[in-house]
Design a protein around this ligand. Structure first.
Ligand SMILES: O=C[C@H](O)COP(=O)(O)O
Length: 253
């Protein structure tokens, strides 16, 4: 039995004033039936982790370097994230792949670094609109999964987030049939590689324009074990109903 996961990615948003949103979330969900992860900007991780230390809410980073330390100006390592109080890190988000030319090979190196630091790697993948329209979605997903995920993945150290690039921040979402097709495919491909038990333990999140209004429908979809939410995670008034919707389907076998 695995608990589902509601993850929020604040992206490049948030200042000290935003920490009040975390307090509102912990107040609204003191004993949640699902796991909750917030990935604020790096500048807020220490404060966010301290603020939520006595709550079930977990704090994560949005990226890490593949090396533990060194001459990498502007980068943050996985051990630094762990030291700051993070327990997870997003890797391979499409905005990192596009804006920073991150490849799936690099994502796999970062995942190994995350695991070494004791962090859960939330590995993101998804097709562009052009790829979907060219009927390449499953091929793209297969290649990204195979290459981004190193050997050694477990339900504890890994979460996979399917985020169609064309659904991120656009208000567009795939149909539940399209989401199910990809999530069922991911589960089967993981099973081919890891065996059914290990594959089943890895949570598969959907991300891309998840809102309170569509959360119910998405969370009832086959092999959806939670969500990775961007814009609607910035305000507790938006994220809290999404968490509550996930609590209607809190676990899967
Ligand atoms: O990491 C989150 C995703 O990019 C989804 O963002 P969004 O909910 O604003 O579409």
């Amino acid at each position: 039995m695995k608990r589902k996961l509601a993850a929020g990615n604040w992206k490049m948003n948030g200042t000290n004033a935003s920490l009040g949103e975390l307090q509102s979330l912990t107040t609204a969900h003191p004993d949640p039936r699902v796991d909750i992860l917030i990935c604020p900007p790096a500048t807020l991780i220490v404060q966010a982790a301290a603020l939520t230390a006595d709550s079930p809410l977990m704090i994560g980073g949005q990226d890490c370097h593949s090396a533990p330390s060194g001459a990498h100006t502007g980068d943050i390592s996985a051990p630094m994230l762990a030291d700051a109080g993070a327990t997870a890190v997003l890797l391979g988000h499409s905005e990192r792949r596009e804006n920073h030319n991150e490849t799936s090979d690099l994502v796999a190196e970062k995942a190994l670094a995350a695991w070494s630091a004791g962090l859960t790697a939330v590995i993101c993948l998804g097709e562009t609109l052009a790829q979907r329209e060219a009927a390449q979605t499953l091929d793209v997903i297969a290649t990204q999964l195979d290459t981004s995920l190193p050997d050694g993945a477990t339900g504890t150290n890994t979460v996979i987030a399917y985020e169609p690039v064309w659904a991120i921040g656009t208000g567009l979402t795939p149909s539940t049939a399209q989401i199910a097709e990809v999530h069922d495919f991911l589960r089967a491909r993981l099973a081919d590689r890891l065996g059914a038990a290990q594959a089943n333990a890895i949570r598969l999140l959907y991300g891309g324009s998840v809102k309170p209004a569509n959360a119910d429908e998405i969370f009832a979809t086959s092999n959806v074990d939670g969500a990775l939410v961007g814009g609607a995670s910035l305000k507790s008034a938006d994220f809290s109903p999404i968490i509550s919707a996930l609590e209607e389907h809190p676990t899967t076998d």
